[in-house]
Write a protein that binds this ligand. Structure first.
Ligand code: GUN
Length: 293
């Protein structure tokens, strides 16, 4: 039976480290005595986004980060949103800017992400930050894959020379995940919806990171005995189906019997995303004096 990777406990440890870092920064001259500032922008009324944003704001406040809340109506125009981003880019109190995705359909998310000052891009979604990661010289790394790397480290997973399989090539998780594992000297296969014989590829892997957003797509029987399984999926079945319970991309009950370590859903990767957002915001505040505007 696999060891359960306790993302809640590991995230709490990361958050405690950030809290200590915030205290040190506030007491130091370099930080100018100001706490790190995080602007959280939510457009519209998507219920899941509202919950995420609330949780991010709460977690930030708990570690001493100042939160600047910007909740905008569904009818916000592209020009209004771009103007807000422009003001936040210039605001010296703001070290990190997070525009919650997805945006309402009439807004161009790519343009918004590219407008964020790359030195305040605590999501790591700006092309400059993605490019730096691809070059092996990361500045801000997307929070979810960065959190997965912390989990792997915490369970003592040996990455150098390991066969790692990432399922899902999203720009927010799969692609940066593959780059991070490559930088850590794993041999990485990036799978996606067109991959032939996913079962065979997964069956060779020492490390499986599932981030494709399809409930229990990865069957437990595919997992190589002793592999480490990280499940990024958060699939909410339609009311009534599967008991309405949140489930991951991996068939947990079967995978748990074969893996050496596995993340639960919820309580695995989810809490790490927020913890790494706080970490990125602290890192940004520490770089204040380097920031170019
Ligand atoms: N929506 C879901 N996850 C994320 C995230 O990590 N960052 C942002 N900005 N939006 C999201």
């Amino acid at each position: 039976m696999a060891t359960l990777i306790d993302g809640k406990a590991i995230a709490a440890k990361v958050r405690a480290g950030v809290r200590d870092g915030v205290l040190a920064l506030v007491g130091s001259e370099r930080g100018g005595g100001e706490p790190p500032g995080l602007a959280v922008v939510l457009v519209g009324v998507d219920p899941a986004s509202q919950i995420y944003v609330r949780n991010k704001g709460k977690a930030a406040a708990e570690v001493g980060i100042k939160v600047f809340d910007h909740t905008l109506p569904e009818t916000t125009t592209q020009a209004e949103l771009m103007a807000l981003v422009g003001r936040l880019n210039e605001d010296p109190r703001v070290d990190g800017i997070l525009v919650q995705m997805p945006l309402p359909a009439h807004l161009d998310a790519k343009r918004v992400m590219r407008a964020i000052n790359p030195w305040k891009d605590v999501d790591g979604f700006h092309p400059q930050n993605m490019g730096l990661l691809a070059l092996g010289d990361p500045r801000f790394v997307a929070c979810t894959p960065a959190g997965v790397m912390v989990l792997l480290e915490e369970v003592g997973c040996k990455l150098a020379g390991a066969d790692a399989v990432v399922i899902g090539r999203s720009t927010t998780v799969g692609r940066p995940m593959a780059l991070l594992l490559t930088a850590a000297d794993a041999t990485v296969t990036l799978c996606h919806s067109k991959t032939r014989d996913l079962a065979a590829v997964v069956g060779r892997a020492d490390i499986v990171v599932a981030a494709i957003g399809r409930a229990e797509l990865v069957k437990g029987a595919w997992i190589k005995p002793g592999a480490v399984v990280i499940d990024v999926g958060m699939n909410r079945p339609a009311a009534g189906a599967a008991g309405g319970k949140l489930c991951g991309d991996v068939e947990f009950a079967e995978a748990e019997k074969r893996a050496s370590a596995i993340t639960p859903v919820p309580g695995g990767v989810g809490p790490m995303t927020i913890a790494l957002l706080l970490q990125n915001t602290l890192t940004s505040a520490r770089r204040r004096s380097d920031r170019t505007r």
